[in-house]
Ligand binder design. Structure first.
Ligand SMILES: *Cc1c(COP(=O)(O)O)cnc(C)c1O
Length: 398
């Protein structure tokens, strides 16, 4: 496929990832020297002659099939993810649905990690079931044992590492090897790590999904999804995208490109501060356990050390049993931690969560109330003071 950005030596593999992030998907010489690719809005693309329109000549045909803004983003993501191609969709959930619809058909069987993002389950149990695809959930710690769960009609296996809310690590290379040996497709929700910390296709993933809403945005100011795939699977992904036309919004794509330039810097700080906060929380008397694969005590630490080059800023904390009133007193008074869904932005967040109502292949019995933290870019000392005051309220109310 022709691309907007001319192949540049600055995006070559020989450069470090931060350098490549600065230059990927950008060609100032095609933009009158301006640094960034602008927002192209549009449905109609005009053809200069009868002959051109009859033969659909030209890179762009119609707004749904792509724009220079979309190419700038998807080209950059393809290079970053080490993929053969990428499509950009209006949300992360939409990107997951494209990955799944590209991989399964009526009569097929699908295996999904029990720790997958909950809306992924709702999509599988709802729309996919209605269209004749059967989904079975599996223990995320299954590893190469996934082979034993595959049926003759198992077409795809979805992995997510670490798991949503509960942060179990999955042995993605072992699962990929076993699934490929039986001809299946490996789909991964790689939102937590991004390709910066876990290069999905290099580790055996066929189709990788990123909620660009999170770290690519970095600002809680847009919704975006990216579905990247290797050479074998990209044609099916692109075909599915073309049949549905779930095009990401032009302004959101522009903002995502802006986020891309600073993503490695931000992730490094989210990871550093996140681990510092995780250690601090682990030492608190109110805390039973911290769910963070970067901690040596975490059951997923060995896999994380082997396969990941860092952590992002999202992790879980299990508190020692305490009344709901005490928990509410802690959370309601927080000044810096906001309570709300999504994550990946510059601000710190906390949510209470409970996986019990919807897990089917594993037991969720953590032994106390569960909180999920996203550590933003504030000063860590201020975040500790905010939580310290929160723990005082918790103790006073308990
Ligand atoms: C947020 C999230 C998504 C979905 O992204 P949206 O853009 O909010 O639809 C998918 N997977 C994971 C792991 C997420 O955290």
């Amino acid at each position: 496929m022709a691309t907007m950005s001319k192949p540049s030596s600055k995006t070559a593999e020989s450069f470090g990832v931060a350098t490549r992030l600065v230059h990927a998907g950008r060609d100032p010489s095609a933009q009158h020297g301006f640094v960034n690719t602008p927002i192209y809005r549009g449905s109609t693309v005009l053809y200069p002659t009868y002959d051109d329109i009859v033969h659909r000549r030209g890179r762009y045909n119609y707004g749904t099939s792509g724009t220079p803004t979309m190419d700038a983003l998807t080209d950059a993501w393809t290079a970053l993810a080490g993929a053969a191609g990428t499509v950009a969709t209006p949300s992360g959930l939409c990107a997951l649905s494209v990955a799944l619809m590209a991989s399964v058909s009526a009569g097929d069987h699908l295996l999904v990690a029990d720790s997958a993002y909950r809306p992924t389950r709702i999509f599988c149990d709802g729309l996919l079931a209605r269209f004749g695809v059967e989904t079975t959930y599996y223990d995320p710690l299954v590893g190469a044992g996934i082979a034993g769960l595959m049926r003759d009609n198992t077409k795809a296996v979805l992995v997510e590492a670490p798991g949503s809310q509960s942060f179990e690590m999955q042995d993605v290379p072992a699962i990929a090897e076993a699934v490929h040996a039986r001809g299946g497709t490996v789909i991964m929700d790689n939102t937590w790590a991004t390709p910066l910390l876990f290069p999905p296709h290099e580790r055996g993933v066929d189709i990788a999904v990123e909620a660009g809403t999170k770290y690519l945005s970095g600002g809680s100011d847009l919704l975006l999804g990216l579905t990247s795939a290797n050479a074998t699977h990209f044609p099916a992904v692109r075909r599915t995208f073309d049949q549905i036309a779930p095009c990401a919004g032009p302004e959101d794509m522009f903002l995502a490109l802006r986020g891309l330039r600073t993503m490695s810097l931000r992730l490094r700080e989210h990871g550093r501060a996140g681990l510092e906060m995780a250690r601090w929380l682990q030492a608190r008397p109110e805390v039973l356990r911290v769910l963070h694969p970067g901690l040596p005590e975490d059951p997923g630490h060995a896999i994380w050390t082997r396969d990941f080059s860092g952590a992002s800023g999202l992790f879980g904390v299990i508190l020692k049993p305490v009344s709901e009133t005490a928990l509410a007193a802690m959370l309601d008074g927080l000044e810096l931690f906001g309570m709300g869904f999504s994550w990946g932005g510059f601000e710190s967040l906390v949510i209470p969560f409970d996986c019990k109502p919807y897990r089917t292949a594993t037991q969720w019995a953590p032994g106390g109330p569960a909180l999920r933290f996203h550590i933003g870019l504030e000063d860590v000392a201020d975040l500790k003071a905010d939580l310290d005051a929160g723990f005082s309220r918790l103790r006073a109310a308990g």
